[in-house]
Design a protein around this ligand. Structure first.
Ligand code: ME8
Length: 499
């Protein structure tokens, strides 16, 4: 990780506004939110960027279908993304819209430099274009003549464009990826990108003549900038415009696997073309690709009508429970996974209502009953600091240490085992439940037993404090509620059971 004076720059893809936000977008954004909160607790200054990708043929077509102008349409859908992120308690530093004037100006400035650096040339493009993917495709990308993702035939395009000398930079990019100077994780994603480079890539067209909804090429107004070039520059234009280049370069970019190629080949290539081909310190330090999920075994799609709106989950389960449920569906960064909607209720009840919620209620109620003095919890850093327990050398002490170790290790930027970090917290919850079951701290038969039980409760309160601190990046409101309850000894249900 770059030092940059304690600064970290984390980015998500910027999402297309052709349709409303769904839980796929929420998943990536949430994961970066967790990392942002985690690193902020550790005292780092984090710049977390997300936003919307608003130009190109795909958006113009969607706007037309909705009977709106592209700008009206973008304003509306972009607003829906902002609302969804607010409902999900996403604490981004900035929300970029590619239709922002300031972004458009910086894109033009960047491309002028690529041109004067000799990386752009005019040429004729003749080939096929898939509007759904917003990319030029070849026969080998198609199945029965159709795009396998969008199930439609690509358009035939023949036009004069400006091209970017991608091929010239490929050997350099390959070397950077192979040597992990441009780290791509997990390993499978790295091999995939190297495979694509090995197959050979052509120079790419960076402008479109037939698309009018876009940023005009500064030296040829009849052409608009290819939407992917426009979009990939957002990570740079935002810091430029805000005067925050001290956060540059990106430390971690997170995404789904389908856009790996753009972020791991094209993005570094245009940065090298701008900064000079030995400027590897300007490239993202790490690109991480998480699994893609299906819903009950099927791809999320408008046609199937199975697109899950995060707002619906929030309405049903609440913000923090939705955050938990989304992040625990399948191993982060592993293979693709499946979200089974019918199993979400079950998971909510077992892990949140009966698990965390019940533990907090039991401990706080016992503390009230035994009149155990509210504990003063010194704010613990998630990084360490061992809790002072009354029952020395107890198994509980050991459990806390183990959970913290696992949690730190898992959450580190290089690992991103987000679900495992949560798993470590839930092991600690299980350990507390076990202590309560074996110690039965509600028995007050005699003075000696009472003193022992008070100690046990005090320890459990300390552990709850630890659990709350560890939960902060994942479930910030719940963490605060737990800390409040153990301070005041007032029990309030956290996760009402669903029937
Ligand atoms: O590709 N499972 O935008 P997009 C997991 N605008 N993650 C998913 C998902 C799923 N089923 N569906 C979407 C674009 N995602 C471009 C990006 S960046 C310069 C331009 C997440 O709206 C995942 O992060 O299609 C994926 O990469 C992203 O949304 C694609 O969003």
């Amino acid at each position: 990780m770059a030092e940059k004076d304690n600064k970290i720059y984390l980015t998500t893809p910027i999402y297309y506004v052709n349709s409303k936000p769904h839980i796929g977008h929420a998943y990536t954004t949430l994961a970066i939110d967790v990392l942002t909160r985690y690193y902020r607790i550790l005292g780092k200054e984090v710049f977390f960027l997300t936003g919307t990708d608003e130009h190109g043929a795909k958006i113009a077509e969607a706007a037309q279908k909705a009977g709106k102008t592209p700008q009206e349409f973008c304003d509306e859908i972009s607003g829906l993304f902002k609302t969804a992120w607010q409902n999900l308690n996403i604490d981004y530093s900035y929300f970029i819209r590619t239709t922002d004037k300031s972004h458009e100006e910086k894109v033009a400035e960047f491309l002028n430099v690529l041109k004067s650096n000799g990386y752009l040339y005019e040429g004729e493009y003749a080939g096929k274009y898939c509007v759904g993917c917003e990319k030029f495709v070849t026969d080998k990308d198609l199945v029965d003549g159709k795009c396998p993702d969008h199930k439609c035939e690509p358009q035939d395009v023949a036009e004069e464009n400006w091209f970017f000398k991608l091929r010239q930079l490929l050997p350099k990019i390959k070397e950077l990826i192979e040597s992990d100077k441009l780290l791509i994780l997990p390993e499978k994603a790295k091999s995939e990108v190297l495979g694509v480079i090995k197959q050979g890539l052509d120079d790419v067209s960076i402008s479109r003549k037939s698309v009018s909804w876009g940023i005009k090429l500064p030296w040829e107004e009849s052409q608009t900038v290819y939407v992917w070039i426009d979009a990939l520059l957002n990570y740079w234009t935002v810091l430029q415009n805000l005067g925050k280049m001290e956060f540059w370069p990106v430390d971690l970019h997170l995404m789904g696997r389908e856009i790996l190629k753009f972020h791991c080949i094209m993005w570094p290539a245009i940065l090298l073309a701008y900064y000079g081909d030995d400027a590897i310190d300007q490239l993202p330090k790490q690109a991480f690709c998480h699994g893609y999920f299906t819903i009950d075994g099927q791809k999320m799609s408008k046609t199937i009508g199975n697109i899950v709106d995060p707002n619906d989950l929030i309405k049903k389960y609440g913000t923090d429970a939705t955050r938990y449920l989304l992040l625990t569906q399948f191993p982060f960064g592993g293979n693709d996974g499946d979200v089974s909607l019918s199993r979400l209720d079950e998971k909510y009840n077992s892990d949140l209502a009966s698990g965390l919620g019940n533990l907090v209620a039991r401990v706080v109620t016992l503390a009230t009953k035994l009149k155990v003095q509210p504990v003063r919890i010194a704010t613990q850093s998630v990084a360490g600091g061992s809790a002072k327990l009354k029952v020395k050398g107890s198994r509980l002490e050991q459990n806390i240490l183990e959970a913290k170790n696992k949690y730190n290790f898992s959450l580190a930027l290089e690992n991103l085992k987000i679900d495992e970090a949560l798993g470590a917290i839930w092991e600690l919850i299980g350990a507390c439940d076990k202590i309560i079951d074996t110690e039965k701290p509600w028995e007050l038969a005699n003075e000696k037993l009472k003193t022992k039980n008070e100690k046990v409760i005090k320890d459990l309160l300390v552990v709850l404090g630890e659990i709350a601190e560890m939960l902060k990046p994942f479930m910030p409101q719940t963490a605060d509620k737990i800390l409040e309850q153990i301070k005041t000894n007032k029990s309030e249900p956290l996760f009402p059971r669903l029937n």
